[in-house]
Each structure stands twice: as structure tokens, then as C-alpha cells.
Design a protein around this ligand. Structure first.
Ligand code: FAD
Length: 307
């Protein structure tokens, strides 16, 4: 892993850093770039804006690593409110939801996380949309894939996420590339040790292409989550090589990252879905976005210094 990236991710876990960042006067501006807002109305406004130029959304209610059962219930309620609002406003054909199992109590009790995720899947199905279960650090990969498989038995449209930086992922991609499966492929956003993950960007990219080939060779619906222009060019060639029609796969990017490229791909007929986080618990999400790009850190430091 690149030193700056691992340094930022390591510092992110420190309480002093958390307090400094959370209270710094310039932080709000950075948060606003990557986070749609704090409430459901802000999330829906983002969905409408994206829909106006043909983009889709996957909405993430921010929060992770909760340790109290009450917080898991709070997360479920927030998703149920969101899904009701999407349904009431006729936006379920434009937006699905992304959910982190650690926000549903995975670290407290696996059963709790499964029950909570089930309630969200149930509501999504009732409103005619889908759920994708985000992937977190490598200590949770097995349990997350196992719970996704459990959920898929009742709600077959539930999407999984794979991270190309993990050595194991090509095999996971081959296994998951089956009829009816939805699989988001990303590079991976956590600080992972060399025993389990590639440490150099080039190896992560090569793995990404191998995993994409596995997904495209199968009969599922691949969701390519990357902003990397070289990978997008390779993916466009690979999708054609495998005879995939537009609409038989999609591109995904993050809210606030390369919006022009998102619009360009959508204008060319590609399905483009934007990951839209909202809510008050933005800290962990923001720190991963900063770690992804050194230029963001410079932008961040300038904003922290200004008032
Ligand atoms: P990079 O090599 O990191 O970036 C390529 C180029 O994209 C950069 O040069 C820059 O121009 C631009 N770029 C990338 N990131 C940023 C940024 N933060 N700010 C500004 N420009 C940027 N990770 C997980 O571990 N689990 C998940 O469930 C997960 N879900 C995701 C869902 C979506 C829709 C997306 C797009 C990403 C998700 N990620 C997830 C994050 C992912 O793993 C990467 O950390 C992130 O996408 C950066 O990788 P990249 O492929 O864009 O390539």
C-alpha cells in the first residue's frame, strides 16, 4: 500500500485526529464535496439532480462500526424512512440503497446484522428497488459474503461487493458470476496487510482486470466501481469483447468524484450509478476519500487552514 494512503488511514483511527478534523472550520466544505447532505431530503435532491442527466444512484446512510444494538435499530429506521420516501416520490426506478453490515451490528452479533439487513431488503423489495451490501475490511469478507448469500436466498437481487486489492478476489469473482447475481467490483478502500492484499497500485489494477474478466465471462450483472480512466477504457473494450450490450452491466462512481466523466459515460448510453452518501456520520467515509488521492489531502489542508 502506498505510504501516504496507509498513513492517512492509520491516523483516521486516532481519537485526537478525529476531534481535530471534526472541529476544524474548513472541514464542512470538504464534507460537502463528498456527502450529499444530512437528511433524506438532501439525498432525494441528489437523486433528482443525477436523474436529470440520466444517472442513477445508490444511497448510503452514513455510519459504520456501531457497538450498541440501539444504533443498529436507528440505522434500520433511517433506511426504512429513506425507502418510504423514495417510493412516495416515485424515485425507486432511479435509486437503490447501499448498506454496511457493520452499521447494522455485525461486530456485536452476526444474527442481528442479518435480521436488520433483512428488514431493509424487505422494504426495498416492497418499493421495487434493490440493496447492495458494501464490503468493509478483510476481517469481514467471509462473513459478509456468507450473509449476502443468506439474504440472496430470499431476495435474489441483493448485490455483493468485491475488492480487487485482495488476493482472494479473483476466485470470489468466478464463484459469484452466476445468473441473477449483481456484483460491484471496486479496488478496495481499507488499509490491508500484505498477507491478504496487493500493496502496489499496479498489482491492484491487474487484479481488477482479471476479476472483471471473470465477472464478464459469467452470467451475472457486473457493476464496475472505479474512476480510473485507464480501467474504464479497458472495461469498455472488455465489455464489447465479451459481447455485453449496454445495460447488461454498469459503471459506478462516487458522489463528487469525476462528475464530468459520469455524465460523459451516461451520454454515451452507458448505465452510470453514483454512490450518494448522506447523514451525519461522515468521518470514516471522508477519511477513506482523502486517502485515495494525495491532491484531496492538499485541498483538505488548505481548507483546514482557512476560515
Ligand atoms: P484510483 O486509482 O484510486 O483513482 C483513479 C482516479 O480517480 C484518480 O487519479 C482520481 O482522478 C480519481 N479519484 C479516485 N478517488 C478519488 C477521490 N476520493 N477524490 C478525487 N478523485 C478521486 N471500497 C470498499 O472497500 N468497499 C466498498 O463497498 C466500496 N464501494 C464503492 C462504491 C462505489 C460506487 C465506488 C466508486 C467506490 C467504492 N469503493 C468501495 C471505493 C473503492 O474501493 C476505491 O477506494 C475508490 O473507488 C478509488 O479507487 P478508483 O478505482 O477510483 O481508482
Amino acid at each position: 500500500m502506498e505510504p501516504l494512503r496507509s498513513l492517512i488511514l492509520a491516523a483516521a483511527g486516532n481519537d485526537v485526529v478525529r476531534r481535530l478534523v471534526s472541529r476544524a472550520p474548513g472541514t464542512r466544505r470538504i464534507v460537502d464535496r463528498f456527502v450529499a447532505g444530512e437528511d433524506v431530503d438532501a439525498a432525494l435532491a441528489a437523486v433528482r439532480l443525477l436523474a436529470a442527466d440520466g444517472r442513477y444512484a445508490t444511497l448510503d446512510y452514513l455510519g459504520e462500526d456501531i457497538v450498541e444494538r440501539a444504533d443498529a435499530e436507528h440505522t434500520v429506521k433511517a433506511y426504512l424512512r429513506l425507502l418510504d420516501a423514495l417510493g412516495a416520490q416515485g424515485l425507486t426506478d432511479r435509486a437503490e440503497v447501499s448498506v454496511k453490515l457493520s452499521a447494522l451490528g455485525l461486530r456485536i452479533d452476526e444474527r442481528l446484522a442479518l435480521d436488520c439487513a433483512g428488514q431493509i431488503c424487505e422494504a426495498a423489495e416492497r418499493h421495487g428497488t434493490t440493496v447492495t451490501i458494501d464490503m468493509e475490511d478483510h476481517t469481514t469478507t467471509d462473513v459478509t459474503l456468507r450473509l449476502v448469500a443468506d439474504l440472496r436466498r430470499r431476495w435474489p437481487s441483493v448485490g455483493a461487493v468485491l475488492q480487487s486489492y485482495l488476493h482472494r478476489t479473483e476466485a470470489d469473482a468466478a464463484r459469484l458470476a452466476a445468473e441473477g447475481s449483481r456484483v460491484r467490483l471496486c479496488k478496495g478502500a481499507y488499509a490491508e496487510p500484505p498477507e491478504v492484499a496487493y500493496q502496489h497500485g499496479h498489482d491492484v489494477d491487474l487484479s481488477y482486470v482479471r476479476c472483471a474478466n471473470r465477472l464478464l465471462a459469467g452470467s451475472g450483472y457486473p457493476m464496475f466501481a472505479t474512476h480510473d480512466p485507464r480501467l474504464v477504457a479497458v472495461l469498455r473494450e472488455r465489455t464489447r469483447w465479451y459481447g455485453r450490450e449496454q445495460g447488461g452491466y454498469e459503471y459506478q462512481m462516487l458522489y463528487g468524484v469525476r462528475p464530468d466523466e459520469q455524465r460523459r459515460l451516461a451520454a454515451e448510453g452507458e448505465t452510470v450509478r453514483v454512490y450518494v452518501p448522506f447523514g451525519e456520520q461522515w468521518y470514516g467515509y471522508l477519511m477513506r476519500r482523502l486517502a485515495e488521492r494525495p491532491a484531496n489531502v492538499a485541498f483538505f489542508l488548505r481548507a483546514l487552514a482557512s476560515r
